[in-house]
Design a protein around this ligand. Sequence first.
Ligand code: PMP
Length: 360
Amino acid sequence: MARVFNFSAGPAALPEEVLQQAAAEMLDWHGAGMSVMEMSHRGKEFMSIAAQAEADLRELLAIPANYKVLFLQGGASLQFEMVPMNLLAGRSVADYVHTGEWAKKAIKAARNFCTVNVVASSEDEGFTYAPAQADWKLSRDAAYVHYTANETIGGVEFHWTPDTGDVPLVCDMSSNILSRPIDVSKYGLIYAGAQKNIGPAGLTIVIVREDLVGKAQPAPSAMLDYKTHVDAESMYNTPPTYAIYIAGLVFQWLKKNGGVAAMEQKNIEKAKLLYDYLDSTEFYRNPVRRQDRSRMNIPFTLRDAALDDEFLKGAKARGLVQLKGHRSVGGMRASIYNAMPKAGVEALVEYMREFEKNHG
Ligand code: PMP
């Protein structure tokens, strides 16, 4: 069996141990005589899987008791809409920080529901930095403040948590959740699509402070109302059962490996390996301001874009795949989430060094 180092931005690499365990349990989960995929979501077995997954996530992120954890569908993209639908609560303004492609989509969606005040934007420098809080022009009457903790395409990450006082802070954490410790109590709501650092596509996690639930005016239809899913403990309709099971295995893997604090140290090390090399040469370039560089998604360009195809071909031949940058920015992107081992980043840097030697 030849496993590659998969640098995809999402769906992304999963820990090999998790895949092995899922394979071992595929036909018969713990003596149930069936796969988790075949279980009733309301049966005792699956209910225990979902409850354990929630308990482990709560432990990993130290989620306070007054926060609800929801296992939803529809991706982070549906949250772009559910957030304003639910959290405006009769107000007409929401504050958004504009940091790139994903913030832009969140802003566009919110504009269908309210006046969006863009409180800060890094557009002036091609979305290559995270605007300092001192430069945010917060509204006086915003229902909430939304930002994107990690721009998956631009490779810009907030390495600090904004302080919005009494105004709920809402965060799209799709591409860096569980990569580092966070203080959940500083947030009103956190959401994340699972397919990067959590598990398979099809599952979206929402962590919401309970006093923010059920305040929508008018109440959205049932499926779009957080209250429905809180009241039904994410079982209003059939949840993405298999994705929840795999996410649960990932949470156990994280716990076994020292939790998010240990993950953060590994992620710092992995990112440093690649950034240090990028900074040591003129052959490759990362455009992001140093202190805002993402530990998860590292875009880089070759000095000569005519070499891009050859670079990708050579990488693939070595089992280094999915390095092509997002179509909107070109170049390369290495996504190195929790499940990417250090050896994968080392192999990439070694290849890049060699490619430079042969073409520089
Ligand atoms: N936000 C961010 C930061 C993302 O990276 C993505 C997906 N790449 C999305 C939102 C959209 O997620 P989904 O495809 O799950 O709707």
